[in-house]
Design a protein around this ligand. Structure first.
Ligand code: ADP
Ligand code: ZN
Ligand code: MG
Length: 491
């Protein structure tokens, strides 16, 4: 019988607030000057007192609501005591037995992963160990930055699922605007607990820390499952310990034996009052919840008939999906204004949505990636109205797909509206038969030899003439129409 893996996650995320957790210092994760955002409170000077940051509390409750948690009516802070040079107080203010949120869940590919708790605490400072120096440096800019910790039940069964959970959580935190949750910047940190067992009883778990990317989360879990399985097969015992991940060797290695809760001598923080929340406070946070990725996946598939990978693109690219919806609502206006067939069928409607999404996920995304610098709301100048206008022209066959690409990049760079770009450059597709027939006549007269060749049976000659017609219309004619009318004229 094979060994079954059991995995639980502990995920920390730095919260996006103006000030730190217990003082008014700026919460700026990008501050490069060491010990710049510090004060007596976050450097633990004698006599200083903490005051809880309301926004941080709200951010955690918001996250709890988004993850189907029960929100505590009463919560409190506790001291977690340990000594380390990046922790000036000698204890971390955290939450022990009365966390803000408990008993939630997050669905990953149809499987519910239960969330044990989400609590609020403060981050530690950072240590630097200069090369070759016989001392270390302490930077307390990060000390006291509000930190959320989420703990899952041991419901996860593979490295891939652990990775997906962490990715989905990151997405949700970003949708909620409570954290930037950037793994590379250390704003989100994932620790994994892993055990394997042959029967219903869980095996001894090992914790892996310092996993700095989603890929590494998956790799480390899979490595550890294999290591533990092989150890047990060889008759060895698994020791409960904390292991690290060796980036180059891609292995886990033992760091230290795990401490127990009693080692931390948790006790209630005497300098902070307990927190009490009434229904109206919780409800007001609830009312601020945006649409979440899970719901958006279902809605984008149902409402717009988009395929799964396009939907996922929009779920991951929030600004483009918001743009998509604005464009769609422009079309709804258009339909109402009868500028468009009133009895538009669902199919026609979905054809338009597909056009809009195709141009956004390929061409626009390509143009955006070409920008070296991109701030939300800057860099691209296309308005939803103009984009809808642009799609309308393609839909109505007024411009060819080749011309569309040119028009789009012009719109992207200048913000001009598509009809003026098309008109001022004379790019409208020649769909009018008589106009095209005129051009064809002219080309045949100018090229008597190929015309005769075609009549004598040389098919290549037709391609030559068609090319001349396309050139004359600067690519604005429909190729199949050109072929059709050309043959007719030559007959
Ligand atoms: P500890 O007291 O050692 O901190 P917890 O019970 O608080 O352990 O669990 C910490 C994390 O480890 C949680 O995410 C939990 O789901 C996970 N976990 C607990 N037991 C196991 C196990 N046997 N195998 C894998 N993960 C586990
Ligand atoms: Zn401070
Ligand atoms: Mg624990």
């Amino acid at each position: 019988m094979p060994y079954k893996p059991t995995i639980g996650l502990e995920i920390h995320a730095e919260l996006k607030t103006n000030s730190k957790m217990f003082c008014s210092c700026k919460n700026d994760p990008d501050e490069k000057r060491p010990n710049f955002n510090i004060c007596p409170v976050c450097t633990a000077q004698p006599g200083s007192l903490p005051v809880a940051n309301e926004q941080a509390v709200k951010n955690v409750i918001k996250t709890g609501l988004a993850l189907n948690c029960e929100i505590a009516k009463t919560s409190k802070f506790d001291r977690k005591n340990y000594f380390y040079p990046d922790l000036p107080k000698g204890y971390q203010i955290s939450q022990y037995d009365m966390p803000l949120c408990e008993k939630g869940h997050l669905e990953i590919d149809g499987r519910k992963i239960r969330i044990t708790r989400i609590h609020l605490e403060e981050d530690t400072g950072r240590l630097a160990h200069p090369d070759g120096a016989d001392y270390s440096l302490v930077d307390l800019n990060r000390a006291g930055i509000p930190l959320m910790e989420l703990v899952t039940e041991p419901d996860i069964t593979s490295g891939k699922e652990a990775r997906k959970f962490a990715e989905e959580l990151q997405l949700i935190l970003r949708y909620l605007g409570v954290s930037d949750a950037d793994m590379e910047k250390g704003q989100m940190r994932v620790e994994v607990n892993i055990s394997v067992s042959k029967d219903k009883k869980f095996g001894t778990k090992v914790e892996i820390k310092n996993l700095n990317s989603f890929r590494v989360v998956e790799r480390a879990v899979d490595f550890e499952i294999k290591r533990q399985t092989e150890a047990l097969e060889a008759g060895e015992k698994i020791v409960q310990e904390t292991r690290g991940w060796h980036d180059k060797k891609e292995i886990t290695f033992s760091q230290r034996e795990k401490e127990e809760a009693h080692d931390y001598r948790y006790f209630p923080e005497p300098d902070l009052p307990a927190l009490h929340f009434d229904d109206s406070f919780i409800n007001s946070i609830k009312s601020e919840l945006p649409e979440l990725p899970g719901n958006k996946r279902i809605r984008f598939e149902d409402q717009f008939g988009l395929d799964k990978s396009t939907v996922e693109f929009f779920v991951l690219n929030k600004d483009l999906s918001e743009f998509f919806e604005k464009v769609v609502s422009e079309f709804e206006e258009w339909i109402k204004e009868q500028d468009f067939k009133k009895d538009i069928s669902k199919q026609e409607e979905q054809k338009i949505f597909k056009l809009v999404s195709n141009y956004l996920t390929s061409d626009v995304q390509g143009l955006l990636q070409g920008l070296s610098f991109r701030e939300p709301g800057t860099g691209w100048k296309i308005t939803p109205e103009n984009f809808a206008e642009f799609i309308k022209m393609i839909y109505k066959g007024e411009i060819s797909s080749k011309v569309a690409k040119m028009v789009l990049s012009d719109m992207f760079n200048t913000g001009a509206d598509p009809s003026s770009i098309v008109d001022s450059n004379n790019l409208r597709q020649v769909s009018d038969d008589s106009q095209l027939e005129g051009i064809i006549k002219e080309i045949i007269e100018k090229n008597p030899k190929p015309a005769d060749d075609y009549k004598a049976g040389k098919q290549n000659a037709l391609q030559f003439l068609a090319g001349q017609v396309m050139a004359k219309t600067r690519g604005t004619a429909k190729p199949d129409k050109v072929q059709e009318l050309l043959k007719k004229a030559l007959q």
